[in-house]
Design a protein around this ligand. Structure first.
Ligand code: GAR
Length: 210
């Protein structure tokens, strides 16, 4: 059987990029076999994630709302144009701190996935991002939290769940320590796995539609 071309992935980032690094490492370790990272786009020019991409020899782009006249619509137009020009088949939001409109999510239906640092439907939706998620989980007093990878639709953190992994909350935990453990024990494991799972699905659909 003819070997299938790998799925072209774009990773969208805003910050440190440890989840991007987990995907880069998973490609190198062949945990991800059916996808390649073709492009990293940041909406923040000083994101360390850009350095991680450059170190791995991956093409980068900076597209910001500020340089799009502060307009979300124009910002998304520029993102869509770039993603289409580069023939991207799967978009991974890895610490991408901008909520995308329905117009954007409908353009790439079932082709956008996101990693969220809680067990959805807990501590998710508007306002729940980064450290705030872990602050809320500790304030509530949950004994188990974790991470979720899901498809992205028009509802923030509301798309179909792909993978989840739980993490126990320890005594004396701080939001920072919990964030680190959730990343290490959950996010960096399930995000690469989800990239591989969805990429396989995309390749299988290619064969059907031929
Ligand atoms: C990660 O914990 C990710 O789950 C979270 O931001 C962090 C980014 O870290 N994303 C959200 O909260 C999205 N709602 P990274 O830049 O080191 O991957």
């Amino acid at each position: 059987m003819k070997k299938q071309r790998k799925v072209k992935v774009a990773v969208l980032v805003s910050g440190g990029g440890t989840n991007l690094q987990a995907i880069i490492d998973a490609v190198a370790a062949k945990v991800i076999k059916n996808a390649e990272i073709s492009l990293v786009i940041s909406n923040n020019a000083s994101a360390y994630a850009l350095t991680r991409a450059e170190n791995a020899g991956i093409k980068t782009a900076i597209i910001t709302k500020k340089e799009s006249d502060g307009s979300q619509e124009l910002f998304e137009d520029r993102l869509i144009e770039r993603l289409k020009n580069d023939e991207i088949e799967l978009i991974v939001l890895a610490g991408f701190m901008s909520i995308l409109s329905e117009r954007f999510t409908k353009t790439f239906e079932r082709r956008i996935i996101n990693v969220h640092p809680s067990l959805i439907p807990s501590f998710c939706g508007k306002g729940f991002y980064g450290l705030h998620v872990h602050e809320a989980a500790l304030a509530y007093g949950v004994k188990v939290t974790g991470a979720t990878v899901h498809f992205v639709n028009e509802i923030p953190d509301g798309g179909e769940i792909i993978l989840q992994k739980s993490v126990s909350v320890k005594k004396g935990e701080t939001p920072e320590s919990l964030q680190q453990r959730v990343m290490r024990q959950a996010e960096w494991i399930i995000l690469p796995r989800a990239v591989e799972l969805v990429s396989k699905e995309i390749i299988a659909n290619r064969k059907v539609s031929k």
